[in-house]
Design a protein around this ligand. Structure first.
Ligand SMILES: Nc1ncnc2c1ncn2[C@@H]1O[C@H](COP(=O)(O)OP(=O)(O)OP(=O)(O)O)[C@@H](O)[C@H]1O
Length: 296
């Protein structure tokens, strides 16, 4: 049973931000949502969090409509939005106790639970710091902490690793993976390597629709694209970049090495390599020869 989305559409003034999306979240684990800006990820997540109503279609949890379940559903839901509101003068611990009380935990239960989540997100030593003094990474950790206070069965994380340094990101990734052992985690991010490391299922979202979904290895096998490593002169590289999707360009012993994503061998001496999720993202969403592929 679990969480099921059926034919879900959200229109804003006739514009379909989410267009007939269907998906079943049957098992616990991380579900990674990838897409360019404006693909409809946040709109989809906000519907799953009951913050906005769909124009049509349904979302059910164990067969029951989540909007009808209302408070019952929100009891099993945790959400970290892209920007989460907090009270700057509160200390971390006071803020979390406050959110715990809003979520309906008794004072005694709240104290215990707050101590536990502070340990889980590695913020015990920083719990007396005022929210306004926290670094970006620490704030995100408190964001996760508030989202898991009620031990949610469904945890929705909208770009939780944006702006974190590499150490923080790795730490966060591990925490997300740990949390997903006994819950459904829906994770949206622009950092593809984060999804590649932790997600058991991945969706690609484009113009409001899910264009690809499945396990990483599965979806890598569903497209005809191949990756080619080609070494050439800078002039030749400029020409190839205009013609194909190029996921990397680097100088190598005086010549240029390109990572080209295309079905056919682009130049004679090209060497084939394995496709990664990042290559696939570029293949699905990238435009060859545009600014994103241009030289600095
Ligand atoms: N409340 C709204 N009113 C009108 N249009 C909206 C509203 N919310 C979102 N949209 C539009 O719907 C589309 C999808 O937006 P959404 O924020 O869901 O995309 P996203 O994939 O989360 O993008 P990002 O990665 O930038 O957060 C965009 O074109 C956006 O402008």
């Amino acid at each position: 049973m679990g969480l099921e989305i059926m034919d879900l559409t959200k229109e804003f003034h006739g514009f379909k931000a989410v267009n007939r999306v269907s998906f079943s979240f049957d098992n616990n684990g991380v579900y990674g949502l990838l897409g360019v800006n404006g693909a409809g990820k946040t709109t989809l997540m906000r519907m799953i969090c009951t913050l906005i109503h769909p124009t049509s279609g349904s979302i059910t949890y164990d067969g029951k409509d989540i909007f009808e379940l209302d408070g019952e559903y929100r009891k099993i839901l945790g959400y970290l939005p892209q920007e989460f509101g907090f009270y700057p003068e509160f200390t971390v611990v006071d803020y979390l106790r406050y959110i715990a009380s809003i979520k309906g935990l008794s004072q005694v239960a709240a104290r215990k639970k707050v101590d536990l989540v502070l340990r889980q997100v590695g913020m015990e030593k920083s719990k007396r710091i005022k929210m306004k003094k926290l670094s970006g990474g620490m704030k995100r950790r408190v964001g996760i902490a508030q989202a898991i206070l009620n031990d949610p069965q469904i945890l929705i994380l909208d770009e939780p690793t944006a702006g974190l340094d590499p150490n923080e990101r790795i730490r966060f990734r591990n925490l997300i993976s740990e949390l997903s052992q006994n819950r459904i985690v829906l994770l949206s991010t622009h950092i593809i390597s984060d999804i590649e490391s932790v997600a058991s299922r991945v969706f690609f979202m484009k113009d409001g629709e899910i264009t690809l979904s499945g396990r990483v290895e599965e979806i890598l096998g569903t497209v005809p694209a191949k990756v080619w490593i080609c070494e050439m002169t800078p002039e030749e590289a400029d020409r190839i970049q205009k013609q194909y999707s190029v996921s990397n360009r680097r100088l190598h012993q005086g010549s240029v090495e390109l990572r080209v994503i295309t079905e056919e061998r682009p130049v004679e001496n090209a060497r084939e390599e394995n496709l990664t999720l990042e290559d696939l993202f570029l293949y699905v969403f990238g435009e060859k020869g545009d600014d994103t592929n241009g030289e600095i």
